[in-house]
Design a protein around this ligand. Sequence first.
Ligand code: GLA
Length: 399
Amino acid sequence: MEKDYKELRKKFCELYGGSEEELRIFSGPGRVNLIGEHIDYCGGFVFPAALSLDSTVIARANKDNTLRMAATDLPVKVEVRLDNLISGKTLSWGNYQAGVAYMLQNAGYKLVGVDMLFHDTVPLGSGLSSSAAIELAAAVALVTLGNEAHGINKPVDLVEMAVLSQKTENEFCGVNCGIMDQFASAMGKKDHAILLDCSTLKYEYLPLKLEGYKIVLGNTRKKRSLGESKYNERVAECAEGLEILKKYLPEKKNLCSITVEEFERYKSRIQNEVIRKRATHVIYENDRVLKAVEALRKNDIPELGRLLVEANASIRDLYQVTGKELDVMTAEAMKVEGVLGARMTGAGFGGCTVNIVPEDMLGRFMEQVGKNYREQTGIVPQFHVSAIGDGAREIKPEL
Ligand code: GLA
């Protein structure tokens, strides 16, 4: 279903009763990461942008101290009481929302019961952060309505919403993810990418103007689930690499604070080849992000594309989180005339690619990559020409 707010409001009233007047609409976007993969949890630089694909929630405060949740693509409603949010861990769905509420409450936010209807346009499990989108939409809705119900008049602190949403993933859902997705969803800005230093949360917006080119997302439609152990395994491998290097560089607090030169001096001390490969990816990827940002500032799109290709080789060969579908899609993308760069985006193990494609080759790109990908994998892919949108917020559509 497309995003049709009128339709969603009507559906809300069918589900929960009451009139449309008090309904509020909140949005949390998905994100694409241009470069800087699997280094946010190592204190690195990342370069994501929020998408116009989002999780929308229609919401209304209730007097029952209960979060009630419905979704346009799910048959069952779920609910959890505000005085027992921890039990939200075992809901059949809605765990992210319950987790966010739990973290907000623990951080001192005063919540109110809310009836909610979720509608997602971020394809689930596609590497575009559908979970961060849900978390941020829920966080902004819960804090806005909670504050209003308690007569608290202050703006929603979006950076804190990102931090608490990451905490939800880590402590409520068991995924040791970094801050990138939640930050991008919270702080996105239309037509801009965000250069984020994950060790300090300092950030800068850069206009994402690629004259003559478009950013195309290629969905392999090979589903991945972040909960799978592989993600946490990579996080642990990086921690192990850091422990070894700290013997020689004791002042370093995270892998990304080690320079390329320092790493080259000490990398042979990491005897386990797998750990050395992971650390090599992280150190060089961090360096590449800054080079990519410089290329974008100089409007050197071919250099940006070259760095994307280099990053993809690194995440494929050294970090080993791609897999057949992503590899076929990126290889086929680079065969299309004029394409400057292609790489996987997000956690990997399936999901999406990000591609820099000449504007006049968009049709050809989708046709050729689509056909060759389907022939080699048996899966029909999807493509989106990505629109870079704003971060999480309340939506006030003209009705
Ligand atoms: C997932 C995680 C992020 C980040 C990426 C890989 O999207 O949620 O924190 O680690 O994978 O860059």
